[in-house]
Design a protein around this ligand. Sequence first.
Ligand SMILES: [Zn+2]
Length: 341
Amino acid sequence: MVFDTCGGPEVIHAADVPKPEPGRGEVLVQVEACALNHMDLFVRRGPAEPGKKFPFWGLADVAGVVSELGAGVETCRAGDRVIVNPALSCGACEFCLAGEDPLCVDFGILGDEVPGGAAEYVAVPARNVTRLPDDFAFEEAAAVPLVFLTAWRALVTQARLRVGEQLLILGASGGVASAAIQIANLAGARVFAVTSGPDKAARARELGAERVFDRNEVDFARETLRVTDQRGVDVVLENVGTPTWKQSLQCLARGGRLVTYGRTAGMIGETNIRELFVKQTRIIGTTMGNRSEFADVTRLVFERRLRPIIDRVYPLEQLRAAHERLEAGAQFGKIVLRVAG
Ligand SMILES: [Zn+2]
């Protein structure tokens, strides 16, 4: 499901493209299921990076079956059921050598820099595939990689969330947020969440949010301060950007941490610098995760201690409708695409 130019969902259409050849160290994965992220909306809307090749197709999250091995691959076999880590890195720069692939000077994401999973086959580095337990369905698996990796690094590595701390999660119906609510509970933190509408609020509570603020009904910063007796929370997980940045900073306790992994509604935010130094706030950026974080979080998912949340499954041919649903913010959790065999 490709697009030949950037634009609205209507640019997406079916097309025949050549089957990729796995290069040295790569495997060819036959895609069984894939999933949509906000990143796919940004990639589709453009503007495209200079030199981007069209037709292009997105989707970072892939689950499928290894069908061919490139030269030198010994870590997996044809027929293995796998999920794909969508973080692409050079493996050779100072950051990769330190195990910090998300800081790679040549960092990329499947479906952003290179075509992704919205096809029958995708070629990826063999070191990016992880075997799925036999009882783990492809649709469920496709809902895991990008959001669980992002949420894990954000909360566990970057924010160093500790037992008993209080955390506020914005955009609680998103894929990363629905993973983050669960990870925070596993870490023993108390979770507050912001979302819109009673249905999404009920689902966030079911997932483990202690209190949910409906952003259509209340000022979430005021409510956060009220329920914490004006202390504020230890950590805020941000992905909205411009409309919420100032309030997110106001919600923090002294010495608090704001961790941001996105900017779905605008990339410039207002920061009160005096408040920043007086409260000794830390603002931390995060993106994706490294290999060890991917291994840690997928192990907990495979042990069923963290649960991928699926909003809806569409056939891949209906990718345009899936984009429209995500663009309208109508989902709770991941929108998954099933590729017909
Ligand atoms: Zn690198």
